[in-house]
Design a protein around this ligand. Structure first.
Ligand code: AMP
Ligand code: ZN
Length: 114
């Protein structure tokens, strides 16, 4: 999709520190990390948010979540714990409207989130 910064990362039109890629998804380092580990995992197909994901995309969503676990393991935070965040819409604070899962870890998290 034109003018989508994450589509540009997928198409290698702008640089990113990509740590994983396959046919369906890309994972890369967040440029403004909120924790020692902060990775974004996105589908290669453009969907603005969870609200725009069709009902038949269960497999894609499951793939992302299980890959987040794998990346947590790769980053050495799997056993200590980590957080997966999926901001959806204005009230959540979503800023980039290409659906993305945040994988955060490497420090003690607090609850409730801000
Ligand atoms: P959200 O508030 O859930 O929409 O999160 C957007 C995230 O994308 C933020 O954590 C930003 O730091 C991150 N971000 C924005 N632009 C880039 C970029 N070009 N490369 C990597 N991360 C980015
Ligand atoms: Zn996009």
């Amino acid at each position: 999709m034109e003018d989508c910064i994450f589509c540009k990362i997928i198409n290698k039109e702008i640089p990113a520190k990509i740590i994983y890629e396959d046919e369906y998804i890309v994972a890369f380092e967040d440029t403004n990390p909120q924790a020692p580990v902060h990775v974004l995992i996105i589908p290669k197909d453009h969907f603005s948010s969870l609200n725009d994901i069709p009902a038949d995309k269960q497999k894609l969503l499951g793939h992302i979540v299980l890959k987040a676990r794998k990346l947590a393991e790769k980053k050495g935070i799997k056993d200590k714990g980590y957080r997966i965040v999926l901001n959806t819409g204005k009230n959540s604070g979503q800023e980039v409207f290409h659906i993305h899962f945040h994988l955060l870890g490497g420090r003690q998290m607090t609850w409730p989130p801000g």
